[in-house]
Design a protein around this ligand. Sequence first.
Ligand code: SF4
Length: 124
Amino acid sequence: MTREIICISCPIGCHLSVSYRDNGNVQEKDIQIENNKCSRGLIYGKEEILSPKRVVTATCAIDSIHMARIPVKTTGALLKNSIYPLLEDLYKIKLMPPVSAGDIVLENFMNSGINVIATRSLSR
Ligand code: SF4
C-alpha cells in the first residue's frame, strides 16, 4: 500500500510517498518513505503510520459575561485515539475568570505529560 502524506513538521509541506505492507502489524523497518526533503520527514511519515498524533484545539465553558466558551489547546501532540477521551473531559470543565493565556486547564492528561492550556485571556 502506498499513501501520500503531507509532512507538517515545517512549512514546506513535502508530499511524502509512504509505502508499507498493510498486514495488520506494520513494523518501522517495513515502511519506505520518498519525496522527503529532510530526515524529519522520515520520522513524521513513520509516526503517521505507527502511532499518529495531533495537537488538539478545543474550547471549554467559562462562567463569564463576555463569552460562553474559551479556546484551549494541548501543549503537545496526543495519540489520535486519546483525542475523543480528551474532548469528553474538556467538555465537563467550567472555568471561572480571570483566566490568562497559558493557564493550565487540564494537567498531564492520561499521564501523557501533555497539558491543556488556555489560548486567550479573560479578566471577567
Ligand atoms: S520532510 Fe523536512 S523539509 Fe519536508 S516538510 Fe517535512 S520537515 Fe519540512
